[in-house]
Design a protein around this ligand. Sequence first.
Ligand SMILES: Cc1cc2nc3c(=O)[nH]c(=O)nc-3n(C[C@H](O)[C@H](O)[C@H](O)COP(=O)(O)O)c2cc1C
Length: 400
Amino acid sequence: MSAGDPKHPLLFQPMTLRGLTARNRIMASPMCQYMSEDGMPTDWHFVHLGRLAFGGTGLVFYEETAVEERGRKTYGCAGLWRDDQIPAFRRVADLIRSVGATPAIQLGHSGGRAASHGAMRDWTPLTDADTAHGLPPWKPVSASAISVGPGRQTCHPLTPREIQDVVTHWADAARRCDRAGFDVLEIHGAHGYLIHQFLSPVTNKRDDAYGGDRNGRMRLALEIAEAVRAAWPAHKPLFFRVSSVDGRGGIWDIDDTVALAAALKARDIDAIDCSSGGVSGNSAMPIVPRVPGYHIPFVRRVKKEVGIATIAVGLITEPQHAEDILRSGEADIIAMARELMYHADWPAHAARALGVADPFDLLPPAYAFRLRRREDISKLAINQPGAALSSDATKLIETT
Ligand SMILES: Cc1cc2nc3c(=O)[nH]c(=O)nc-3n(C[C@H](O)[C@H](O)[C@H](O)COP(=O)(O)O)c2cc1C
């Protein structure tokens, strides 16, 4: 691993993609909160995303946002399926931008994973018992008439005509994201949701043009990529999140992902966000071991064989590790989720750890002003008995 250049860590170099320049290469990865109302952000989102933006992150991603109402996992999931939802999202995008971060959003469709409880109830399916609480289950859709887990409904297999409607929903939602003021968009093609359900042979049993061989199974992903790219402004970057490999016992593997990434590159996708898992089966495929930087082998292959920008995610928590990943050339962006929940101002602390001259510059000006002043005061000999302070120093202390 390289030692890095302490004066100019890559992590804190501005990053330009198409017409966008982000202040650094740290991305707050999408994080579902299950706190939306009618798909729209609540006060929770202002605090949750505001603290990430205040902490110095370059790209702040709004959580997976459903392109149509039935594509939500839960009643608390985000969604942008109507024009009248746009203003609520715009307020969040404006807040993120106001402190120097780039507002970004992930669009998704949960497919067969719809009609569930949230993370803290282990995404268990809604049942008739939930109807009494005003949360009736709805019919999930997927590639095939599968059930994605015990106790789950059998999905409605989308007809080719219905697939075209889904593609249109993606494009319409992308236009709404633009109107809401987001500058980067990510298509969620991972984690066992609708696109991934079409990609993996474990969940796609179709024998029409959207199933069968790899090209058939990739068709929906590519049609969505094309439709969203056409709907999303040409000057704004578009990312695609993949499950580089299925989960335990799966079939879709990194060779498939490399082929998909090449096809996405040909459709003007700007970066591949390499995650994993979400579909499991009976094969010998192991689960990806959860070691720091656990998706790096996947970004390495996508980068080397496809030559597209890549996003590394998965237990990246140490500043030098993040810097080393960028310096290796294997990834262009470092995405983080759990560490930022724990430590939202990680970027400012990482900047200091990597030797950036003014780490406070990443914080809002009102914070930075006071913190720089505190540092100036700490250099004064004020704690020594009888210390003689200049009038300037006295003023500095007394006005803090
Ligand atoms: C609370 C939470 C919510 C998440 N929601 C999403 C999501 O909306 N979309 C997505 O693609 N991944 C989601 N993820 C996965 C993260 O984006 C990230 O890929 C994963 O947590 C690994 O990164 P980490 O080790 O830095 O946490 C979520 C993770 C967490 C912890």
